[in-house]
Design a binder for this molecule. Structure first.
Ligand code: ADE
Length: 224
């Protein structure tokens, strides 16, 4: 999978993309991330990307030309054909915006089946509405307004990357995933020590009875 991210602040991503699982996913060549600096598509010698809003008002609005030029540049690097043999779309352009559809685990799973994802990070003041014509989807990570789409894009990249086959080790990770997709939270986990500040690990987990442990975990899962 290739994930291209269009942003005015590529440096914000360095730590997140180059740490832990996301770094491992790249190292294993399962996922490739590419940062595209929106500034490179700015207009004129000052590489301007925004302007004042028509009709007046505070703040600046991202102009459509740099955003669309960046999207087109990213699209030209897409490896997958737009549709596979079954006419299923294999690449998507997604705009991060608090006005978008709420991101959830089911959406993360759907996106993890794609071959190419282009994430567009806008700024909090806004973007020229005509940009929407050039994206496939608008996604929000929650009902709150952040200063830009960068943190939401990182959330999407993380949630999607861990679902790409081979990124998480072990078969059980995939099994557990089917539960969380159904909206049921995983069972509580414990590790050493057996007793911590008089808080004990549930007896059943120390019993060695696999059937009993599985039953207990299922009960806990449903309860949660
Ligand atoms: N940009 C600013 N706030 C956002 C949010 N909650 N989700 C997605 N993009 C955003």
């Amino acid at each position: 999978m290739k994930i291209q991210i269009i942003t005015l602040f590529p440096e914000m991503f360095e730590g997140v993309l180059n740490t832990s699982m996301l770094w491992k996913a790249q190292d294993k060549k399962l996922v490739e991330y590419k940062l595209i600096n929106l500034r490179d598509f700015g207009i004129g010698p000052r590489k301007q990307v925004d302007d004042t809003p028509y009709g007046g008002g505070d703040g600046m609005v991202l102009r459509p030309e740099p955003l669309v030029a960046a999207i087109k540049a990213a699209e030209s690097k897409v490896k997958s054909r737009p549709f596979d043999k079954l006419r299923v779309k294999k690449s998507k352009v997604i705009l991060m915006t608090p006005r978008g559809k709420k991101f959830d685990q089911a959406k993360a799973r759907k996106l993890s089946k794609l071959e190419d994802i282009i994430l567009v990070c806008a700024r909090y003041e806004g973007y020229d509405e005509r940009v929407v014509e050039f994206v496939d989807e608008e996604i929000s990570i929650g009902n709150y307004v952040l200063t830009g789409g960068e943190l939401p894009a990182m959330v999407v990249v993380d949630a999607v990357t861990r679902l790409v086959p081979g990124v998480l080790g072990g078969e059980t990770s995939a099994e557990k995933e089917s539960f969380s997709e159904a909206g049921i939270v995983e069972y509580p986990q414990y590790t050493r020590p057996e007793e911590y500040r008089s808080l004990k690990v549930p007896e059943v987990l120390l019993s060695g009875h696999h059937a009993e442990i599985a039953k207990w975990r299922q009960q806990q899962q449903t309860r949660k």
